[in-house]
Ligand binder design. Structure first.
Ligand code: ZN
Ligand code: ZN
Length: 344
């Protein structure tokens, strides 16, 4: 396959590009070359970023993880992220398949290709579930014809961590003092419920100085009239998440259940329900909802992390090992023989 070439600039501590000239970068058959860094593709964990900047993480030596943050100046940020994730996920999956073959476990190899970003997701040794999670898009995909049409636009919010429909949101504060004026400008990725908290603060501050009031009003409209209300599948999700933000876990749970009646295999909605039950102090139902999330999607990492922490805090090591085995698949390593395994 032909090499893919792009260019980037280094970033300073404020995330702004530095220097006059861009540096060359390339994805070859086996390497990711970022200026003087040449990283074998199978060591690259992935690339993430939004708006302008990207960050690539990779296993450097032993358990150490290195990263490189940069601004893409040629090649397009989305395209560069997608190409890096496609190449590194494919290289890692290929190496895993070869390793399993050497161990005589070739039959345990299983992969899945994300319909959105075309990355390869390694599911070796994991059971088949109604949904699969793409760690590169952070989206859940339902197998079969009844998949919600807009499910690829739902993922976890960077601010509140709830399954929602996050979008890039411009935070803009204009200030005027006696002898000077200035502004703060930042782009964050967040859900509409988190946006609503931010827009009122923005409107209040910008209203004092007048400049910036109109952009703030635009963001208010966007926060209140966009989001899951426009979704054909998860219409009640923002209302449920909003109730959870306010601590009204009973209303939030009822709304999550209403969505689950229509979409019974939604790992993201079960995950939110589990967090609402946990915050309401109902640990038993929280664990049940998080398990239902993994039953809907065995590789859904947010639900696995929450459930593993919950079972660990409850001292339920038997369930914890069972969940680890299901989630990690062929990568699962049982605890040393003789280790205490208790069920609370
Ligand atoms: Zn994807
Ligand atoms: Zn949020």
């Amino acid at each position: 396959m032909a090499d893919f070439r792009f260019k980037f600039k280094e970033l300073n501590d404020q995330g702004q590009p530095t220097g006059l000239f861009s540096t060359k970068a390339a994805i070859t058959d086996s390497m990711l070359v970022l200026g003087t860094d040449a990283i074998p593709l199978h060591q690259v964990i992935g690339a993430d970023g939004h708006t302008y900047n990207a960050v690539v993480r990779w296993h450097s030596s032993g358990d150490a993880i290195s990263h490189h943050a940069f601004r893409v100046t040629s090649g397009g940020l989305k395209n560069v992220l997608r190409r890096i994730n496609q190449a590194c996920s494919q290289a890692r999956a290929r190496q895993h398949r070869d390793d399993l073959e050497l161990q005589g476990k070739a039959g345990m190899y299983r992969d899945w290709h994300c319909p959105e970003c075309r990355s390869t997701v390694d599911l070796s040794g994991r059971e088949q579930t109604p949904q699969t999670w793409c760690p590169y898009c952070d989206a859940l995909f339902t197998l079969g014809a009844d998949a919600p049409r807009d499910e690829a636009s739902f993922s976890c919010c960077d601010q509140c961590n709830l399954y929602s429909q996050p979008k890039a949101f411009t935070v803009f504060y204009f200030w005027f003092a006696l002898v000077a004026f200035g502004y703060e400008y930042q782009i964050k990725r967040m859900c509409n419920v988190c946006m609503r908290k931010e827009v009122w603060k923005m409107l209040l501050v910008n209203f004092i100085f007048l400049v910036g009031t109109i952009p703030s009003l635009v963001q208010v409209i966007r926060a209140y009239f966009g989001g899951s209300k426009l979704s054909t599948s998860f219409r009640e999700l923002d209302s449920a998440n909003s109730a959870a933000h306010k601590g009204d876990f009973q209303s939030a749970s009822a709304l999550y259940q209403r969505i689950l009646e229509k979409h019974p295999h939604s790992a993201g909605v079960f995950y939110n329900l589990g967090l609402a039950q946990f915050n309401a102090g109902d640990l038993g139902n929280a664990a049940s909802a998080l398990k239902a999330s993994l039953n809907a999607c065995i590789n859904y990492e947010p639900a696995f992390v929450a459930l593993a922490n919950l079972l660990d805090s409850m001292g339920d090591t038997r369930q914890l090992e069972h969940i680890k085995q299901r989630f990690l698949g062929v990568e699962y390593e049982p605890p040393p023989a003789g280790g205490a395994v208790n069920s609370a």
